[in-house]
Ligand binder design. Sequence first.
Ligand SMILES: NC(=O)c1ccc[n+]([C@@H]2O[C@H](COP(=O)([O-])OP(=O)(O)OC[C@H]3O[C@@H](n4cnc5c(N)ncnc54)[C@H](OP(=O)(O)O)[C@@H]3O)[C@@H](O)[C@H]2O)c1
Length: 238
Amino acid sequence: MTSQDMGRVAMISGANRGIGNAVARRLHREGYRLSLGVRRPAAFTDRSGLEGGGEVAAIAYEAAEVASATRWVDETMARFGRIDVLVNNAGIHRNVTLESGGEDELDELLAINVKAPFRLIRAALPHLKASGAGRVVNVASMSGKRARNLAVGYQMSKAAMVMLTHAVRRIGWESGVRAVAVCPGYVRTDMAGGPTAPPRDQMTDPDELAGLIATVVGLSNTASVAELLVNCQYEHML
Ligand SMILES: NC(=O)c1ccc[n+]([C@@H]2O[C@H](COP(=O)([O-])OP(=O)(O)OC[C@H]3O[C@@H](n4cnc5c(N)ncnc54)[C@H](OP(=O)(O)O)[C@@H]3O)[C@@H](O)[C@H]2O)c1
């Protein structure tokens, strides 16, 4: 059965640019109906790659605001009547090391990268279970798998997201919910950069990553990928 036959609905946070936008365009092409969680829906006017096909709604979602998760889930249910896929993509990077960076930046990393996806999963879980083939994609990072630089604040947030993924698998498995932690290295978006970054043409293409994500989302309940590690550079452990 294809996504068109089933009218499957995907929620994607941070779908206005970067990896989230690439995933939105890809899932749209595959026939999913989309609920795009963006901070400023009125400013989300670039619909390239989202023309025609399944229905697309841009709905207000602010990860820093506690009530935003249930509001977005409720609005998605009101609009589409079901939720089959949740892509927790919205995220931030702050340079917090053990020797630098402030308490506020650390709080912000944990609030946006960890607590917000936690709340979204909690709010969407009953609907994902009802789907019978619910999918959660947590866009974590290779930074959640190893400490290649000193940015431990970001690394902790992404390691937590990997564990959150395993928690979803544990609680949702019997109801057909499958979850994957996507762990890329550098991806060619606004976020990627810094002194150790490779040239941009050597970073992973967000569209190619979106293709991998769509493939994992489309797998049956009996072919589940728990972690998807994607390198653009040689890593001697991963
Ligand atoms: N790029 C990389 O090299 C890389 C590697 C590994 C993992 N990742 C992860 O991939 C995910 C997407 O990153 P990206 O590279 O596409 O970054 P990006 O281009 O900077 O996009 C970040 C997205 O997150 C949204 N966002 C940020 N704070 C938000 C908030 N408080 N509420 C709602 N939305 C918020 C942004 O919305 P606005 O436009 O409103 O700011 C934007 O849509 C992140 O979780 C990131 O940690 C990226």
